[in-house]
Design a protein. Structure first.
Length: 279
């Protein structure tokens, strides 16, 4: 997985291999399967490459259908669903071998003025400077470094508060940004934003229970992911990721996330994933 911010950016340098067809680079990884956030963000970039640059992504909805193979190139095929005066819709089918592994629908919009309001950023959190890194928190919890976290060395992730159960489900808050500055291309920042939303979200589904998400007792995998982009955001500046899991049932956890920057809500997401007890 990308070790530096530049490595992360290179993930989104898709190669055009035909009309509305693209191939994505694969990072080196210790994982047996691909990180879902990578596949989703690369599919988003493929969709972006087929719409006018003036149109910005405002929502996406994706289904993870099969595990991705780390040794096989990803092939993205983009379908033009609609191009209107204001909105464009695209469907991206991601394949490996002869199988579809991910199905993504994306909607774009020409920027326009309208009514504006935003939820208030949570205040009862530590600042990034006062927050411990995710690696430190997990090492203290498990008594040993978590080697898998090195897969996301391109990101600076810090726990803004201790994950806690509540009447409305488990709650987790984290600060996140890239380790190094990024170019100003807003499309690139939107892709990185999509990438990082898949990093922690499903893990909040076990906060309400006496089981560790990273333990051998849990078989976990993303099933679907939805995201709404409310305002432009920079991923090389601190984002507060506010996560909650209001429901778990049928071996599935449902989680919602809100991302704040400079006090404003810049994006929202929701995900359901497999959290099967196996031990």
């Amino acid at each position: 997985m990308p070790a530096t911010t530049n490595d992360l950016i290179q993930l989104f340098d898709l190669v055009e291999v035909g009309k509305d067809k693209f191939r994505g680079p694969q990072p080196d990884t210790q994982w047996q399967r691909l990180f879902g956030g990578q596949v989703m963000a690369q599919a988003l970039v493929a969709a972006m490459r087929t719409v006018p640059e003036s149109r910005v992504v405002h929502s996406l909805h994706g289904y993870f259908l099969r595990p991705g193979n780390r040794r096989e190139p990803l092939r993205f095929g983009v379908e033009h669903i609609r191009d209107g005066r204001t909105f464009s819709a695209r469907r991206v089918i991601t394949r490996q071998y002869d199988s579809v592994i991910f199905d993504l629908n994306v909607s774009f919009q020409e920027p326009e003025e309208g009514l504006t309001h935003s939820a208030v950023q949570p205040e009862s959190v530590a600042s990034p400077e006062e927050s411990s890194s995710l690696a430190q928190v997990l090492e203290e919890r498990f008594g040993t470094p978590i080697r898998m976290l090195s897969e996301w060395d391109a990101l600076d992730v810090r726990m803004a508060s201790t994950p806690v159960p509540s009447q409305n489900g488990g709650v987790m808050r984290a600060w996140v940004r890239t380790q190094e500055p990024m170019p100003g291309d807003q499309r690139l920042h939107s892709a990185v934003l999509a990438y990082l939303t898949d990093l922690l979200l499903l893990s909040v589904s076990t906060v309400q229970h006496e089981v560790e998400f990273l333990s051998p007792q849990i078989q976990a995998a993303s099933i679907d992911h939805a995201m709404w982009f409310h305002r432009p955001a920079r991923c090389d500046e601190w984002l507060l990721y506010d996560m909650v899991s209001p429901s778990a049932s049928g071996a599935r956890g449902f989680c919602q996330g809100r991302l704040f920057q400079n006090g404003q809500l810049v994006a929202s997401c929701a995900q359901e994933g497999l959290i099967r007890l196996v031990g």
